[in-house]
Design a protein around this ligand. Structure first.
Ligand SMILES: Cc1ncc(COP(=O)(O)O)c(C=O)c1O
Length: 340
């Protein structure tokens, strides 16, 4: 029962909720939104999702605000990115108005699982689309299932907002130079599991991937984008092989509010010598400050945080984004959708 959940110590994991919502694409059109209380799906064993990786997903969050209202953060951007992922994998894109309706419906139906204000926890929304048609030859499906499930997740920083260390390993890539890095498809994550496990076993929170073509520039951090503060500027990689992070996009807008210049450009590994802050940013962590980056191939250690504490810009980003998502300050950018 939702009432018995210990909101503050929930992991980032699956907790069964009451309902999920589903929509099927058949005979050339999307059908009605269906509500299900089952957490399983029944699909053909030769479905393209299983054999040829026609699977895309998203991740966004709903928060209980200071005023008791539920806010979903930047759902339009997630809808757009999911459309782009669908196009990238030759899947049927879900119209953005249906995405919105499904999101509002699944949150409303599971309202009792939206964690209370002040717990640091939130309701994670996971949209998923899979190709259903049975295929033995490599070909796209003509039938699709789009579903949304929700699960309450605990605060990312259980011990408080703090630095973690990450590493560079040139022996692994998660995507190809002009491959699927821009899309949120399961295959990219399967390709990052082995290096992610190795990094965790060595005590790092993530791998900082380099560009897969030249291994010269910084790309992104496992399931998050990367940014650094250098000479008072916000710098973040421009790359075709990273996921365009909605959190990163939001931080760049906050930079404009805060008078911080932004540079989206190639960042070499050597430049890590001269940055004053670095962080991984994404829906899960908001912005997760990085203490040290260890290059496991060259043995070089880039100590970013000299005093072991999160830097002032990252701390300000973290506080501002949280305040907007929790309705503690005015949503001047119009990022929240209130669930009525
Ligand atoms: C590979 C990857 N990069 C970056 C991000 C951060 O994106 P967002 O800020 O939209 O959550 C994510 C998480 O969604 C991710 O999986």
């Amino acid at each position: 029962m939702a009432q018995e959940l210990d909101w503050g110590s929930l992991p980032f994991g699956y907790v069964k909720t009451d309902y999920n919502v589903r929509c099927y694409y058949r005979d050339g059109k999307w059908g009605p939104i269906e509500v299900s209380d089952s957490d399983t799906i029944n699909i053909h064993m030769a479905a393209t999702a299983l054999h040829y990786g026609q699977e895309i997903f998203e991740g966004l969050k709903a928060f209980r605000g200071v005023d008791g209202k539920i806010r979903i953060f930047r759902l339009e951007e997630n809808a757009k990115r999911m459309r782009s992922s669908a196009e990238g994998l030759l899947m049927q894109p879900l119209p953005e108005d249906i995405f919105r309706e499904m999101c509002l419906k699944v949150v409303k139906l599971n309202e009792r699982f939206v964690p209370p204000y002040g717990t640091g926890a939130s309701l994670y929304i996971r949209p998923l689309e899979i190709g259903l048609s049975p295929r033995v030859g490599v070909k796209e499906a003509d039938e699709y299932l789009f579903l949304m499930l929700v699960t309450p997740v605990g605060p990312y920083f259980k011990g408080g907002f703090q630095n973690t260390n990450i590493c560079i390993m040139r022996g692994y890539d998660r995507v190809a130079p002009l491959g699927t890095g821009r899309f949120k498809c399961g295959g990219n994550y399967a390709a990052s599991l082995a290096s992610g496990k190795k990094a965790h076993d060595l005590g790092y929170s993530a791998v900082l991937f380099l560009d897969p073509k030249e291994k010269k520039y910084l790309d992104e951090c496992g399931p998050a984008n990367f940014y650094a503060i250098k000479d008072g500027k916000y710098i973040t990689p421009a790359s075709d092989s990273i996921l365009p992070s909605i959190t990163n996009m939001s931080l760049m807008d906050l930079c404009a509010d805060m008078g911080i210049p932004v540079e989206r450009r190639h960042i070499t590994v050597d430049e890590l010598e001269s940055v004053s802050e670095a962080a991984a940013c994404g829906t899960a962590a908001v912005c997760s400050p990085i203490g040290e980056i260890d290059d496991l191939d060259t043995g070089r250690k880039y100590v970013i945080s000299k005093d072991g504490k999160p830097g002032p810009v990252t701390t300000e980003f973290y506080n501002r984004l949280n305040a907007i998502r929790l309705g503690e300050c005015e949503d001047t950018h119009g990022w929240n959708t209130i669930v009525e």
